[in-house]
Design a protein around this ligand. Structure first.
Ligand SMILES: CC(C)(COP(=O)(O)OP(=O)(O)OC[C@H]1O[C@@H](n2cnc3c(N)ncnc32)[C@H](O)[C@@H]1OP(=O)(O)O)[C@@H](O)C(=O)NCCC(=O)NCCS
Length: 327
């Protein structure tokens, strides 16, 4: 797989700020605020300019402290920008330029200026829907409908055959690209785990990570299993973490295959059982684990797990599941 080396944010900010007005540059990893149009790891093409050159409905590239974000300009007097789905405005950001095109995978989509009113209207509508109590549920239902059973034959053809296997040390580039798009785990943590635990030879391997690779070597689904103490949580045993399948590859059995691969490896490493904690409203995940024979853990473990996560600042209720790994 071709490696895409992303410059550090420090270098990128330096390059952008030194760029003369009117020059253009592709910038990766600022797309999260334009979700669902863009994902975290997608790229935007920026025309260097100041805030005076932007109008309502343009997409601005902003510097917020040491962070770069792309947001829709919702008003110029007073100056306000916001993510596509609404949420917190960014009054304090420094405007670095205007986004003139977006790149998602192989697709490059220009953002011509006549498109501005449409983008502004879209942002206002999405933000209003998203802000309503049921808005997120509706969005998830619509998304689930598109990525459910009826579209599976088309998606199978689009994605092609997937190889599910344990990650090796030389899968780091593919892992970092997937993580940039879909995980909220620090790249430093993943790099270290792969180098020091998951990517070692079988005799030394501790914990493991599995990926579903397409024909071009891209990861379309990922999960890992390891001790929670790796993440400084006071819980024993090994736990499934970061189970995520790209939407195009969902409902094709990818998560099931990833978990089977990780269960086989945990069993080989001598673990008696494997555990998972899942948001109590995550139907897809709960069904996936149930299909593999995971059952609710004893109430005491559920209580301690929720307590540990509450202490780490996470508010949602978790269902704790476990499965024996009989040889
Ligand atoms: C949860 C997730 C990993 C499942 O991945 P997947 O590859 O689609 O799962 P599988 O195809 O192996 O599904 C196995 C079974 O789970 C159930 N299932 C999966 N997705 C479902 C959904 N959206 N609704 C209802 N049941 C679902 C089905 O019974 C399915 O079997 P079937 O398709 O033969 O009916 C995926 O939806 C995802 O990445 N979600 C976002 C991230 C996330 O929530 N991760 C879990 C954190 S604990």
């Amino acid at each position: 797989m071709p490696s895409r080396k992303t410059p550090s944010i420090h270098v990128l900010l330096g390059v952008l700020e030194a760029l003369p007005p009117g020059q253009r540059l592709w910038v990766h990893g600022v797309g999260a605020c334009l979700a669902p149009l863009l994902r975290g790891g997608d790229a935007v093409r920026v025309l260097r300019c100041g805030p005076g050159a932007l109008e309502r409905g343009d997409v601005a590239l902003l510097r917020q402290g040491r962070k770069l974000v792309a947001q829709v300009v919702v008003s110029t007097r007073p100056w306000r920008t916001a993510p596509l789905l609404g949420g917190a405005d960014a009054p304090g950001g420094v405007t670095l330029g205007r986004v003139v095109a977006v790149k998602r995978g192989r697709w490059v989509v220009p953002l011509p200026r006549p498109f501005r009113p449409a983008l502004w209207m879209t942002q206002r509508t999405l933000a209003a829907v998203w802000a309503r109590p049921g808005g997120r549920v509706v969005y998830r239902r619509v998304r689930d409908f598109f990525f459910s059973g009826w579209s599976r034959p088309f998606r199978r053809r689009l994605v092609g055959p997937l190889e599910v296997r344990l990650l090796r040390a030389d899968d780091l580039d593919a892992l970092l690209v997937f993580a940039g798009e879909r995980l909220v785990v620090s790249t430093g943590f993943l790099r270290r785990q792969l180098r020091e635990r998951w990517g070692l030879d079988a005799s030394e391997r501790r914990g493991a990570a599995a990926g579903a690779f397409d024909a071009e070597g891209r990861i379309r689904g990922f999960a890992w299993v390891d001790s929670y103490r790796q993440e400084a949580l006071p819980l024993d045993g090994v736990w499934v973490r970061s189970l995520v399948v790209a939407p195009q590859a969902r409902r094709m059995g990818v998560a099931t295959r990833l978990l089977e691969c990780l269960m086989a490896e945990a069993r080989r490493q001598g673990e008696p059982r494997i555990q998972a904690d899942v948001d109590d409203d995550n139907v897809a995940s709960l069904h996936t684990f149930a299909g593999l024979g995971f059952r609710p853990a004893p109430p005491e473990l559920t209580r301690r797990t929720n307590q540990a996560w509450d202490a780490a600042g996470r508010a949602k209720a978790l269902v704790v599941l476990e499965r024996e790994l009989t040889p």
